[in-house]
Design a binder for this molecule. Structure first.
Ligand code: DLL
Length: 433
């Protein structure tokens, strides 16, 4: 399978280390000189950029958080004058002010290259017709994939999100071969196809490039089966660049992080201590090539682990495992940490459950209660109460042993749980009200 940029993606570890050290050094200097927030943080910690001599020294430097971006809204974290910024995007947060991110011409060039890398790794070539069903706008997903696919030479359909029937018509008529959207929207498309009797075989789809939200291996299998495609995962976040930070190759054993542009660390989210490779923790990223918005030790809140062993594809960059979700999506139910993806895995394995669910948490009699609402297909929505009760009990047992905390299962009718065009939002936490 071709590699987009073998010279960068297959670097020998010693060379990569040199690039990272040089890149971190330059980034620290630039941030200290041009961004008051970094200067203040370094000064408070009694640190100067010169303190950084080797990669291990990165851990001395303070973290950057979303809060820093919020406090410096909109352009306070930019390290270049606004005249050098040629594009502005924003994070997709729904509460408070969004965080604003900017790109210079050279940042846009690297971004297109990095997206071209992971799209090539997923098997996309200049022969492909790439159907982009992310919403075009401030969100980085659509523009990021758009320019990466064009860079490869693929034919891009800038479909944008929404209007599922029209999406399917265009997909069929224009013979789209690669689908770009969130995994939850891919599921919505699959549902619609089933409902309208559209046979996936009548489409030309080969590969799905899904990202922007956590999704389980079980969801992957479901999408592959129902859409007749190879479903691949890619990861990124606007503050650090957008899509293109990491993506799967066809070995599909984790997403290669573009380490010649980003330095990855895993930390204990409680203590901030750096954890060795292989341990689960929060991903922290430092950009080493970005001009407009350098990020130093940015706390992504995404929980994953890193695998440094060599991948059979030939790329040498470290792989990050599918994320368990964001630490801020993690529910603490009666003291037990629960990620929605853990519940998803169990539901998807249960015969009769549809892959649509919602988690409702509330406090009753001073106790946390988790209700798992799951759609069931017509075959299982038995009229017979006894069978239904047995089905629920069995599912509750599986969830309790798999997740480690008791919950109540409520079966709901097909199509009654909201569908999403962009990122799915599956948790309703009534304790926060
Ligand atoms: O979601 C960038 C992106 C667009 C990535 C399209 C991939 C494809 P934000 O809107 O800033 O940027 O949201 C970033 O989304 O911190 C993760 O929590 C989550 N996320 C993104 N990709 C994945 C993934 C874009 N593959 C936040 N798996 C990140 C799990 C993901 N979570």
């Amino acid at each position: 399978m071709p590699i987009w940029d073998p010279a960068s993606e297959c670097l020998a570890p010693e060379k990569l280390r040199l690039i990272q050290e040089e890149g971190v050094r330059a980034t620290l200097e630039k941030a200290y000189a041009n961004v008051p927030c970094y200067r203040r943080k370094f000064d408070e910690a009694g640190l100067r950029p010169e303190k950084f001599r080797a990669l291990e020294d990165l851990a001395l430097f303070p973290f950057t958080t979303k809060e820093d971006l919020r406090l410096n809204y909109p352009y306070g974290m930019f390290a270049v004058p606004l005249r050098d910024v040629v594009r502005i995007h924003s994070s997709s947060g729904t509460t408070g002010k969004p965080t604003v991110v900017g790109y210079t011409k050279s940042d846009l060039e690297s971004w297109a290259q990095l997206v071209a890398r992971f799209m090539t790794a997923a098997g996309v070539t200049d022969e492909d017709i790439v159907h982009i069903a992310f919403g075009y706008g401030l969100f980085t997903g659509a523009f990021g994939l758009h320019y990466g696919a064009e860079r490869i030479g693929a034919s891009v359909i800038p479909m944008s999100s929404g209007n599922t029937d029209r999406q399917l018509m265009i997909m069929q008529d224009y013979r789209s071969t690669a689908l770009v959207c969130t995994p939850s929207y891919a599921l919505t498309l699959a549902d619609r196809m089933e409902k309208t009797g559209l046979d996936p075989k009548s489409l030309s789809l080969k590969v799905g490039l899904f990202g922007a939200e956590p999704w389980s291996e079980e969801m992957r299998q479901e999408l592959e089966k129902r859409l007749g495609i190879l479903a691949t995962d890619n990861y990124g976040l606007s503050e650090v660049m957008g899509p293109g930070v990491a993506g799967e190759c066809l070995e599909r054993c984790g997403m290669h992080i573009a380490e010649d542009h980003f330095v990855a660390e895993i930390i204990d989210p409680e203590t901030g201590a750096v954890l060795p490779h292989g341990h689960w923790g929060e991903l922290v990223l430092t950009t080493i090539s970005k001009q407009a918005l350098p990020m130093i030790r940015y706390r992504t809140r995404d929980i994953t682990r890193l695998h440094p062993e060599r991948c059979a594809c030939g790329r040498t960059h470290v792989r990050m495992e599918k994320t368990r979700g964001r630490s801020d999506d993690m529910l603490i139910i009666k003291g037990v940490n629960v990620f929605p993806t853990q519940i998803e895995e169990i539901l998807f394995q249960a015969e009769g459950c549809e892959p649509h669910y919602q988690l409702v948490v509330e406090r009753q009699n001073n106790q946390d209660c988790l209700e798992v609402r799951v759609e069931v297909n017509d075959r299982i929505f038995f009229d017979e109460m006894k069978l239904q009760r047995a089905f629920i009990q069995e599912l509750e047992k599986k969830l309790a042993s798999g997740v480690g905390v008791g919950c109540r299962v409520r079966l709901v009718e097909s199509s009654s749980i909201p569908r999403f065009e962009g990122k799915a939002s599956r948790v309703i936490d009534l304790r926060k009200k």
